[in-house]
Write a protein that binds this ligand. Structure first.
Ligand code: PGA
Length: 251
């Protein structure tokens, strides 16, 4: 049985005191709950260090939203994997559709980032997903296949066991439009089959595949009860402790 993993992607939200506030509320809100899943929060870089101190004795794990693939040097504005590790991060979101579309990240860049994260002992949450136009043109599986095969190029079986894949249809992110449980399940099953063909049945069966895109307390349970949906990557609904906790409870 795969353990479910619920991650909150804060995106470019919450300054230091807002971050302290949200984390304190999450810690106290979860203290009386029996949590059966892994919980990760991914605040902006400027709040990571403080979040790490606050989360020290909690079950909540820390992740970052991005990183660069070089070790160090003249890369103005970038953050390295070892800096994230040093700040207490265990996870890093890579290949988010906002990074791909707004910041022009290619499959090749994302592949380098995944490799670097793994070398640095950070666990990647590797995001893939099709646009609305791609879904309407019925090329969803082709797009997912390309993103996954390119993104995972030269990643070994041992490394693959450390990766979470997040399926996030771009048309469902921040739009209030969720993929139906069946639409999501179809792509999740396709991803698992693809990973089986690239690696092995054992690796595919152990792989955690999160769904992301307008996950809310009222749709989480149905999505999370699909056979191949092993968690959620939550944007908007993770910014309020009440709704994020409801989603954690649904898992
Ligand atoms: P959303 O974002 O939940 O606000 O749709 C999800 C994500 O981008 O990870």
């Amino acid at each position: 049985m795969r353990k479910k993993v619920i991650a909150g992607n804060w995106k470019m939200n919450n300054d230091l005191s807002e971050s302290q506030n949200l984390i304190s509320k999450l810690i106290s809100g979860l203290s009386n709950e029996k949590v059966n899943c892994d919980v990760i929060v991914c605040p902006p870089f400027t709040s990571l260090s403080e979040a790490n101190s606050l989360l020290k004795k909690s079950i909540i794990k820390l992740g970052a939203q991005n990183m660069y693939f070089e070790e160090s040097g003249a890369f103005t504005g970038e953050i390295s994997a070892s800096m994230l590790k040093n700040t207490g991060c265990e996870y890093v979101i890579l290949g988010h559709s906002e990074r791909r579309t707004i910041f022009g990240e290619t499959d090749q860049v994302i592949n380098k980032k995944i490799k670097k994260a793994l070398q640095s002992n950070l666990l990647p949450i590797f995001c893939v997903g099709e646009s609305l136009q791609e879904r309407e043109s019925e090329v969803t599986n082709d797009i997912i296949k390309r993103q996954i095969t390119e993104g995972l190029k030269n990643i070994s079986s041992a490394e693959m066991q450390k990766i979470i894949i997040a399926y996030e249809p771009v048309w469902a992110i921040g739009t209030g439009k969720t993929a139906s449980p069946q639409q999501a399940e179809d792509v999740h099953a396709f991803i698992r089959g693809l990973v089986k063909s690239l690696y092995s049945n054992e690796i595919a069966e152990g792989l955690v595949i999160q769904y992301g895109g307008s996950v809310k307390p009222d749709n989480a349970k149905e999505l999370l009860s699909q056979k191949d949906i092993d968690g959620a990557l939550v944007g908007g609904a993770c910014l309020k402790s009440e709704s994020f906790i409801e989603i954690i409870k649904a898992a």
